[in-house]
Ligand binder design. Sequence first.
Ligand SMILES: C[S@@+](CC[C@H](N)C(=O)[O-])C[C@H]1O[C@@H](n2cnc3c(N)ncnc32)[C@H](O)[C@@H]1O
Length: 401
Amino acid sequence: MPRGHARTLAQALRGLHDRLAKLPTEGGLSNARQELRWLQDHAAQIPTRTSGHNSACPANSPRSYLHRIRRRNTETSCHPAKMNHSHQPLSMPDILDLRPHQYRWLRRAVFERVHHRKPLQYILGTQPFGDLIDVLVRSPTLIPRWETEEWVMQLIRWLNQLSKTSDEQSSNSASSPLRILDLCTGSGCIALQLAAGLKTRSAQIIGVDIAPTAYQLALDNLAHNRTCLCNSVSFLLADVLSSDLHLLLKPHWPINDSAGSGLDIPADMVVVNPPYVSAMEHTTLLPEVGLWEDRRALVPQTLHPNPGAPHGDNDGLSFYAQLIPQLVRQGIVRPAGQTATNTKLLKLTPDSNLPAIPKLVMETGGNHQTRPIVEYLLQAGFSQVGVWQDLAGHDRVIFGW
Ligand SMILES: C[S@@+](CC[C@H](N)C(=O)[O-])C[C@H]1O[C@@H](n2cnc3c(N)ncnc32)[C@H](O)[C@@H]1O
């Protein structure tokens, strides 16, 4: 590359860096620097023959340079407990390595990031998640969050441990696969990670979403991650609140009709990361979220089934209030039994042992939602409830047995 061009490029890139650094992102200056580095790494991977118009990851291999760089950086930057502020500014050799078409891509990417507040993941087209090759991401489908990744990985450790213990205790090794339902599946990240992390052929997983864009993305993610899955996954397009889930699941989960009732189709476990942001809170979200991610993925579109509920509709709780009794009424989930009086909330930590496979696992919006959701569970007949806090110390998942 001619020296004159390299110098202009370096000056311009410093300008981009300054602009990105002024963006009011959560992690401040060091976060902005890292974002620019990821964009730059991405730009450097764009092959010479393409003009760089494709925002998808240019190297999909799990061992690709880009993947390794991004995973390392995600782990150190996104988790609040692991935030690392010691990153160096961009170095000249990186800048000088870019080809003109790569630099043009970078300029456009920074423009979209800074002026349109497009989330980095939508620009790069991917987000690392657990053991998956990558989760493909496209607006407006929700970008998988680190909080979700954290509890899904923990759930897999617990389930594999429970399965090991039951294998050791039972001489009958041919136990039937767990039927797992991932409601509000979005990109499919939870369903796919469960399929990748659970013991081989120990689960049959179905993900359901209402949004055609999410459904298509989940199918794309299924194809993209196929090589790392060791359990079956399928996706369905449906509104989980207004569908007869029995009818929906019947073709996929043959009826276990030993009693001749023709009604038996329960899931062993339902996981769900539903919309849980209140309409008021939605108005305060960063543009990266509010402008680019589907409102329906964030704010429940349903009215609270009980108009006299103490929390009304403005608390992001109406999805739980409707879904929990519906799952029980339709027989999709069978709570363990009678609610004990004075049921204690089990505080789950990485060292805890799960008492059994949870029937219902729900991501929540934080501590303020814990009590009402626990109430819904107890009212629906769950006999034991548990809560898991994320790395930032917020109640993040409620379990029901
Ligand atoms: C918070 S996102 C979760 C996405 C994904 N599971 C994750 O953890 O990244 C909620 C998802 O629920 C879907 N959704 C909202 N209402 C729904 C409904 N009534 N039935 C099915 N899916 C719904 C949205 O389209 C969105 O993809």
